[in-house]
Design a protein around this ligand. Sequence first.
Ligand code: NDP
Length: 261
Amino acid sequence: MPFTIDLAKKCIVITGGNRGIGYAFSRAVAQAGANIAVIYRSSKDAEEVTEKLAKEFGVKAKAYKCDVSDPDLVNRTFQQIDSEMGPITGLIANAGVSVPKPAFDLSYEDFRTVYDVNVFGVFNTARAAAKLWSEKQFKGGSIVITSSMSSQIINQSGLNESLAQVFYNSSKAAVSNLTKGLAAEWTKYDIRVNALSPGYVKTDQTSRMDKKIRDFQASAIPLGRFAEPHEMAGQAILLLSEHSSYMTGGEYFIDGGQLIW
Ligand code: NDP
């Protein structure tokens, strides 16, 4: 088997694929030849983003507005994607939100905001894809879940409020565990489920951090810098391809070496 990764004939759903890390996934997947369905929540330019990718890479690319925290809407949207763009062969469950606040200020609403998207949203989309595949007896579906290095380590949140995110961090630990559970349950359908866990990446989420804190955090990373979004894409492409046919239930850290210390 030659070591090129070709995703032609695949159709990949990417939640939050219109910006940030998700956009880097969309771009790389389209470049590898797959049709892409990008799920977004409210951005105004998602359709423009997918039209550009379709033109640039000669694939089908379409944006679908869908709140991943609504399970019925997610099921309907996956049915629609499957008939318009499909059959769906893979999913990157990437949409995520954070509410950076000190623990004393957090409310149950904040908890719902974070967990409804980061945990329930991942579950809803993964299950919608798996249901479609099991009903059609499609084998070889791959689900990649964007977790975070914060599933394992907590940043220096005592330093600055922009780093205080106990709900976000614990939601990522939950989603990393959910990855293993779904992977175990769905081996019988030949569906693989893996997590990709970024360290700090330059996106809207991290641009809200105070510059002094950002520089300090970067100095604590062995590679000495935050990642560019496109540096996350290679692992996602691998996990969506047949080259990773023996990988399931794994969590892959792309963190500039941060877990070394
Ligand atoms: P961004 O804040 O740049 O983008 C978030 C994306 O998620 C947007 O496309 C947004 O859509 C979409 N989204 C949010 N809520 C919903 C919802 N309810 N339904 C559908 N789509 C939704 O995020 P990043 O690119 O920074 O992060 C992407 C993923 O990577 C997240 O899971 C995040 O937790 C994780 N991560 C990020 C790190 C970083 O340093 N940036 C580090 C580790 C993990 P819309 O544009 O319409 O609002």
